[in-house]
Design a protein around this ligand. Structure first.
Ligand SMILES: Nc1ncnc2c1ncn2[C@@H]1O[C@H](COP(=O)(O)OP(=O)(O)O)[C@@H](O)[C@H]1O
Ligand SMILES: [Mg+2]
Length: 360
C-alpha cells in the first residue's frame, strides 16, 4: 500500500503535448480511475508512472519518495494490459511465477505465493493449463495474478476489460474491485468506459486533450461536473441555448427565466440530464419550482422498465427524456405537442465550448 503524488507532470511526443501539467494525489489503498476519450493521454500517464516513458517535466512520488530515474523494474508497480500480455508457450503457473523467479525468490516461496494468488483470482484449478486453453476472462485473470504476485505497492491497469464481451466485462469489473479491496492495493485504472469508471472507482479523474478536467468521487463527477466536457462525457446530457433579457438569463425555448445574470460569460448553455425531464402530453403550465418547455414529440421508445422520449423545441433543439413508462405518452402520435418539465434545481449552466466552466 502506498500513496501516489504527481505534480506538474508534462509529457511531449515531438511537439505533441500528450500530458500538460498533471497534478494528482492518490490516497493509499484507493481505486483511482483515469477516464477520457481515445487520445486524451491516459496510457501515456500510466506508462509514465510505470517508468516506460520519461516525463519532460514534473515529479512522481510514491509514499512521499520521488521515483525519478528509477527504471520500470525497480518501481514496485504491477501492470495489467488490455491484451493480457501473458506468455503463450508456458503454463498459467509458470506465467504467474515468472516475475518471482526474476526476483530470485526461493522455489518453495514461489510455489506458495503462486498458489495463493491463483486462489485469489479463482484460477486454482487451471494452474497447469496453457494460455490457449483459457477463455479471455481467465487469461485476463492470469494477467492480474502475474501483476499482483510480486506484491507491488501500486497496481496499474490499462483498459484490462476492453477485449472482453459486455457481460463478462460487468462480471469481471466487480471481481477486480473485490480483489483490489481485499488486497488494499493502491490502483490506477484506465478506461474510456464511463459506466465502468463510475461503478468501480473511489475517484474518477476525467481527462481531455492531456489536461485533467475534474478528479472527484463518481457521484460528484456525475452530479456536479465542473465543465461542459465532463457534463457531456459522463452520462448523457441535453443542452439548451440561453439568452440575456434585462438582468435575467432566459431559456430561448419556452422563455423561462432560469438564472439571475450574476455571470460575465456571454455564451452560456443550460444542461439538463435526460432522467430529470418529465414529458407531459399537450401544453402544461409549470408547477411549483418547475420550468416547462414546449416541444414537439419526435419519437417514444418503450423499452420495458423505462421509456425514452425524443422531442424537439421551437428552437430546433432535440431533447431526450428518460422516465418511467407513461401510457399517455406512449399512446401519442408523432408530432404531438408535449411539455417537458424540469425542476430548476436540476438545471446546470456552463460556458459554451468543450471545456467551458460551470456557472451555477
Ligand atoms: N509513441 C508515441 N509517439 C507519438 N505520439 C504518441 C505516442 N503515443 C501516444 N501518442 C499521442 O499522444 C496522445 C495521447 O495518447 P495516449 O496516451 O495513447 O492516449 P489514450 O490512452 O488516452 O488513448 C495522442 O495524441 C497520441 O496520438
Ligand atoms: Mg490508451
Amino acid at each position: 500500500m502506498a500513496s501516489v503524488e504527481i505534480a506538474g507532470l508534462r509529457k511531449l511526443y515531438g511537439d505533441v503535448v500528450a500530458l500538460s501539467d498533471i497534478n494528482i494525489s492518490i490516497p493509499s489503498g484507493s481505486f483511482f480511475t483515469l477516464l477520457g476519450p481515445s487520445g486524451c493521454g491516459k496510457t501515456t500517464l500510466l506508462r509514465t508512472i510505470a517508468g516506460f516513458h520519461n516525463q519532460n517535466a514534473g515529479r512522481i512520488s510514491v509514499d512521499g519518495h520521488s521515483i525519478e530515474g528509477l527504471p520500470a523494474h525497480r518501481r514496485d508497480v504491477g501492470m495489467v494490459f488490455q491484451d493480457y500480455a501473458i506468455f503463450p508457450h508456458i503454463s498459467v503457473r509458470e506465467n504467474v511465477a515468472f516475475g518471482l523467479k526474476q526476483r530470485k525468490i526461493s522455489a518453495s516461496e514461489i510455489t506458495k505465493r503462486v498458489n495463493d494468488v491463483l486462489d485469489v483470482v479463482q484460477l486454482g484449478a487451471f494452474a497447469d493449463r496453457m494460455p490457449h486453453e483459457l477463455s479471455g476472462g481467465q487469461q485476463q485473470r492470469v494477467g492480474l495474478a502475474r501483476a499482483i504476485v510480486i506484491r507491488p505497492k501500486v497496481l496499474l491497469m490499462d483498459e484490462p476489460l476492453s477485449n472482453l464481451d459486455a457481460r463478462l466485462r460487468v462480471d469481471l469489473r466487480a471481481e477486480l474491485r473485490r480483489i483490489q479491496r481485499d488486497l488494499g492495493i493502491t490502483t490506477v485504472y484506465v478506461t474510456h468506459d464511463q459506466e465502468e469508471a463510475l461503478a468501480m472507482s473511489d475517484t474518477v479523474c476525467v481527462m481531455y486533450e492531456g489536461v485533467i478536467q475534474q478528479a472527484a468521487s463518481p457521484l460528484d463527477i456525475y452530479l456536479r461536473p465542473v465543465n461542459k466536457f465532463v457534463a457531456t462525457f459522463v452520462g448523457a446530457n441535453n443542452f439548451l441555448a440561453i439568452n440575456r433579457s434585462g438582468s435575467q438569463l432566459v431559456l430561448l425555448s419556452g422563455g423561462a427565466k432560469v438564472l439571475g445574470s450574476c455571470v460575465d460569460a456571454t455564451d452560456i448553455v443550460c444542461a439538463i440530464r435526460p432522467e430529470t425531464i418529465l414529458a407531459k402530453p399537450g401544453s402544461v403550465a409549470p408547477v411549483g419550482d418547475e420550468i416547462a418547455i414546449p416541444a414537439t414529440l419526435s419519437n417514444v421508445s418503450f423499452v420495458g422498465r423505462e421509456m425514452e422520449v425524443i422531442a424537439v423545441t421551437d428552437q430546433g433543439e432535440t431533447l431526450k427524456s428518460l422516465a418511467r413508462p407513461d401510457p399517455e405518452i406512449i399512446g401519442l402520435s408523432q408530432n404531438s405537442s408535449v411539455t417537458l418539465c424540469v425542476n430548476r434545481s436540476d438545471l446546470a449552466f456552463f460556458e459554451a465550448g468543450d471545456a467551458g466552466g460551470c456557472i451555477g
